[in-house]
Structure formats: C-alpha cells, structure tokens
Design a protein around this ligand. Structure first.
Ligand SMILES: CC(C)(COP(=O)(O)OP(=O)(O)OC[C@H]1O[C@@H](n2cnc3c(N)ncnc32)[C@H](O)[C@@H]1OP(=O)(O)O)[C@@H](O)C(=O)NCCC(=O)NCCS
Length: 227
C-alpha cells in the first residue's frame, strides 16, 4: 500500500495574514532575520497545511524540535505537539516554500533554486566520485537542473532522518539526475535509515527543483492538493 505524502507550496510574498498565524517564538525568530519574508511564508505554510490535514486552527498548533545529533530541544527537526504519528518537513528559498506532511512515517523535503546550484565546487561538496560522470556533457540550464535535482534528493533524505548537513551529502549516494530517484548507498558513520523512498517534485515555480524522501519502503503517492 502506498504512503500518502501531502505536499503544499507557496510563493514567498509579504503577508500580514501569514504573520498573524505564527506564534510568539516564530515572530521573534522572524524579527531576527535580515529578510524575514521567506521564513514567515514557510512557517505559515506549515501551519496552514497541518491545520487543513488535522482539521485544527493553524494558529493553535505548537511544535517541538529535537536535534538528531546532540539531543538538544533548542534546534533540530521540528514536529507537531498533540498530533501523534504526524510528521512534516519544511524547505524554503528566497522565493518558494514547500511543506511535506505524512502520517506514520518520517519525511523530509528540500527545494532548491536553480541559480543556487551554479556554484563552483558543487561536485566535491555534494557528490561521491562515482556520481560525477552522470553530469558529464551537461551545461547551462540542463546542468543547473541536474544539480538541483540531485542536491534536493540528498538533502530530502538527510532532512527525513533529521541529520541535516551534519552528514556529508557526498556520503549519501542517489541515482543520477536522469534516472528515477532512489537512494543508492549510505556511507556516513551515522546510522543508515532502514528505508528511504524518494520522489522528485515539480514545483509550479519553474526555476526550482524539489524532492521528498520518506523513511519507508512503500511507494509514495504525492498529493499536491491542487484540486
Ligand atoms: C536542516 C538543514 C539541512 C536545512 O538547511 P537549509 O537548506 O538551509 O534549509 P531548508 O529551507 O531546506 O530547511 C529549513 C527547515 O528545516 C527544518 N529543520 C531544521 N533542522 C532540521 C533537521 N536537523 N532535520 C530536518 N529538518 C530540519 C526546519 O523546519 C527549518 O526551518 P527553520 O530554520 O525556519 O525553522 C540545515 O539547517 C542543517 O544541516 N541543520 C542541521 C545542523 C545541526 O544539526 N548541527 C549540529 C547541531 S548539534
């Protein structure tokens, strides 16, 4: 049986309605940011998405965080309080926020803006040596798409496990950009998740690529809520 993954996205834009749905600690975090709009859009999207799925008032939801590395509750992967068995993941760029929500299985989502994948040193920073040839011959837009896709797959897995970039993405091998998304190998010291199933997402924003990972061996059924 497939696992439903609810995916919602929002273009980053200033909105007083978004701000009012946040709690005091989120508003305080927003105030500390140089550009708070992506943060506000992202966290409001989390609240609205969970509110819709759990039939709860978005402003009433509360969250805990727990770091998979040191156990601190001051940072790390967030999860909703009072919603046992529900998991979510948030990712945002300067222009787009995406949230994935699942029940019963942990989930990670990552969105990348194509222009952000253009940096020199992409390969050594993110790829294992045997992943590099899949990018041979690509240039321009095609290369950015390929990089953003593979980068998003890796980071989605690391956000599902909660390790984030404490684990070197070059130690989490995924299929090549033109192949169906799968985790190929886990070479990090940190414990390998028993299962990780990936799906590529096609954001409505064409200049982005995204991926979702769930810690399951079940196939993923992506519910985009687009009607
Ligand atoms: C998780 C991480 C990869 C996200 O990086 P990013 O690409 O800049 O940001 P994204 O927009 O994709 O995701 C940000 C969201 O991921 C979530 N998140 C934070 N830490 C997370 C973790 N360890 N695992 C999964 N999700 C996490 C939060 O919702 C965060 O949003 P917020 O910062 O506004 O609260 C990065 O922050 C990271 O590596 N964190 C781990 C750092 C760490 O654990 N250090 C060791 C401390 S002992």
């Amino acid at each position: 049986m497939s696992l439903s993954v609810f995916v919602r996205e929002a273009r980053v834009s200033e909105s007083s309605a978004d701000l009012t749905v946040l709690d005091a600690s989120e508003r305080a975090r927003a105030e500390r940011k140089r550009d708070s709009t992506p943060f506000v859009t992202g966290h409001a999207l989390v609240r609205r998405s969970l509110g819709e799925l759990l039939d709860r008032d978005p402003a009433e939801l509360a969250f805990v965080r727990r770091c998979a590395t040191c156990g601190s509750e001051q940072h790390g992967k967030p999860s909703p309080i009072d919603a046992p068995g529900w998991f979510f993941s948030l990712s945002y760029t300067a222009n787009l926020a995406i949230v994935a929500v699942t029940e019963g299985v942990d989930v990670g989502v990552d969105v990348e803006e194509l222009d952000d994948a253009g940096f020199e040193g992409f390969a050594p920073a993110t790829l294992a040596p045997e992943e590099v040839p899949a990018f041979d011959g690509l240039s321009g837009h095609e290369l950015l798409v390929a990089r953003a896709r593979v980068w998003a797959r890796k980071e989605a897995i690391l956000k599902a496990t909660g390790h984030g970039l404490v684990v070197d993405p070059a130690e989490v091998l995924v299929s090549g950009p033109s192949q169906p998304p799968t985790m190929v190998d886990w070479r990090a010291e940190e414990p390998r998740p028993p299962f990780a199933t990936l799906a590529d997402l096609e954001p409505e924003a064409q200049d982005h690529r995204a991926a979702v990972a769930a810690l399951t061996d079940r196939p993923l059924r992506i519910d985009l809520g687009r009607g």
